[in-house]
Write a protein that binds this ligand. Structure first.
Ligand code: DMJ
Length: 482
């Protein structure tokens, strides 16, 4: 098992980086403590905290499954050395985490947060309860794949096993970023359970995708699970598309670079994205637009900003000596996303920013000005720091810490805000579980020694939960499938 040997404790290592770095890491641990303790005080056992109302926040994404913040936070608590908190979280999981629920859940959200969180907690700590719970939950998700094509439903009633798609999705389609963001966790479920069914479901999704014609080589966001045909030809590297591309690259890396099919799909997709979606503004900012049936909408989402980190992580394996090109692209996207932060009053970035109507990297619509504690910009800065060691990325990370402290920290936790351009922003009263799983973890990893969860050994799922690379010489999942 790939576990503690590759996980170096961070705090003793930071001495070599000097006291400034050490102080930042201490500040980040304090942020985690503030988020965790207030969740514990006011919302323990529920999914999320409402830090101003001091109540629990419930989201329909998880049906009646409880404890999203606990499961999402487990690995961050572990790597920050918050052992007492990790222990209490583990005890809650043992006694209370229950998947015998009647309500409908989002298969994607439950997978990235709960399955991913449990798998990471298992690989980091070696505690059996996390493995057992992850496999149990994975089994409960399997009925979602009972469609004519095997492309899973977005929503599943975990009791009845009946699935359906979001009513707003084009032509009853499943969503690319949802069914395309199961692969990493499901490969590990097969690895840990010895049951090939999880991996088989993933390879079938691949097969369906590879049979389809792609408009201009692009993957539309919508795919009908009954007919196996694309819905609307909308393409995005942000919401509805994003982590599908991320998981192609990471499937290849997590397979110890043996999954050549994933590698090809990733680099082909990036090439098409570069040709059809990536543009440069008059002011010289590279951005990734949205593609709607051949027409470009010159807007980039906060979610899309993860792509800088993805391009950087994929640079090494890029074909035909295009490695430095991928790295340049990564740096340009990181710069653009940083600009979306710099150009706001709060120094936090909006949900979406535009490159039209005379603006660059600025949100123009009121309903795109909010910030909900998302990680993607910080995620990219973390990868850029780890892969280039250019100090500007740590500087940008530190600026984000200061902005979060100034604007999002409230007496009882951290809250999103409704308008990043307002000097007196209104809080949205939600402490998202991904703030503890992702935002704080990526900030911490940006200042830690590189051998805390080294990128050569660990692959982060879409919710920042680290999963070990499945080594060529370990019991191969492929063999089990045969
Ligand atoms: C997270 O839940 C995951 O990163 C997901 O893939 C999309 N974004 C949110 C946080 O912004």
């Amino acid at each position: 098992m790939t576990t503690k040997s590759n996980l170096k404790r961070s705090v003793p290592c930071v001495a070599v980086f000097g006291s400034v770095v050490h102080n930042v890491m201490v500040a980040e641990i304090k942020m985690m403590k503030h988020a965790w303790e207030n969740y514990k005080r006011h919302a323990w056992g529920s999914n999320e905290l409402k830090p101003l109302s001091k109540q629990h926040h419930s989201s329909s994404l998880f049906g009646t499954i409880r404890g999203a913040t606990i499961v999402d936070a487990l690995d961050t608590l572990y790597i920050m050395g918050m052992h007492d908190e990790f222990k209490e979280a583990k005890e809650w999981v043992e006694k209370n985490l229950d998947f015998n629920v009647h309500a409908e859940v989002s298969v994607f959200e439950v997978n990235i947060r709960f399955v991913g969180g449990l798998l990471s907690a298992y690989y980091l700590s070696g505690e059996e309860v996390f493995r057992t719970k992850a496999v149990e939950l994975g089994e409960k998700l399997l009925p979602a794949f009972n469609t004519p094509t095997g492309i899973p439903w977005a929503l599943l009633n975990m009791k009845s096993g009946i699935g359906r798609n979001w009513p707003w999705a084009s032509g009853g389609s499943s969503i690319l970023a949802e069914f395309g963001t199961l692969h990493l966790e499901f490969m590990h479920l097969s690895q840990l359970s010895g049951n090939p069914v999880f991996a088989e479901k993933m390879m079938n999704i691949r097969k369906v995708l590879n049979r389809l014609d792609k408009p201009q080589g692009l993957y539309p966001n919508y795919l009908n699970p009954n007919s196996g045909q694309w819905g609307q030809h909308h393409v995005s590297v942000g919401g509805l598309g994003d982590s599908f591309y991320e998981y192609l690259l990471k499937a290849w890396l997590m397979s110890d670079k043996t999954d050549e099919e994933a590698r090809k799909m990733y680099y082909d997709a990036v090439q098409a994205i570069e040709t059809h979606l990536i543009r440069k503004s008059n002011g010289g900012l590279k951005y990734i637009a949205e593609w709607k049936g051949g027409l470009l909408e010159h807007k980039m989402g906060h979610l899309t900003c993860f792509a800088g980190g993805m391009f950087a992580l994929g640079a090494d394996g890029a074909p035909e000596e295009s490695s430095s090109h991928h790295m340049e692209l990564a740096a340009e996207i990181a710069q653009t996303c940083h600009e979306s932060y710099v150009r706001s009053a709060t120094k936090l970035g909006p949900e979406a920013f535009r490159f039209d109507g005379g603006v660059e990297a600025i949100a123009t619509r009121q309903n795109e000005k909010y910030y909900i504690l998302r990680p993607e910009v910080i995620e990219t800065h973390m990868y850029m720091w780890r892969l280039t060691h250019d100090p500007k990325y740590r500087q940008w990370g530190w600026e984000a810490v200061q902005a979060l402290e100034k604007t999002c920290r409230v007496a009882s936790g951290y809250s999103g805000i409704r308008d990043v351009y307002s000097n007196q922003p209104i809080h949205d009263d939600v402490q998202q579980s991904f703030f503890l799983a992702e935002t704080l973890k990526y900030l911490y990893l940006m200042f830690s020694d590189d051998d805390l969860l080294p990128l050569e050994h660990w692959i982060f799922n879409s919710e920042a939960h680290p999963l070990p690379i499945i080594r060529k010489d370990s019991q191969a999942i492929d063999n089990k499938i045969d």
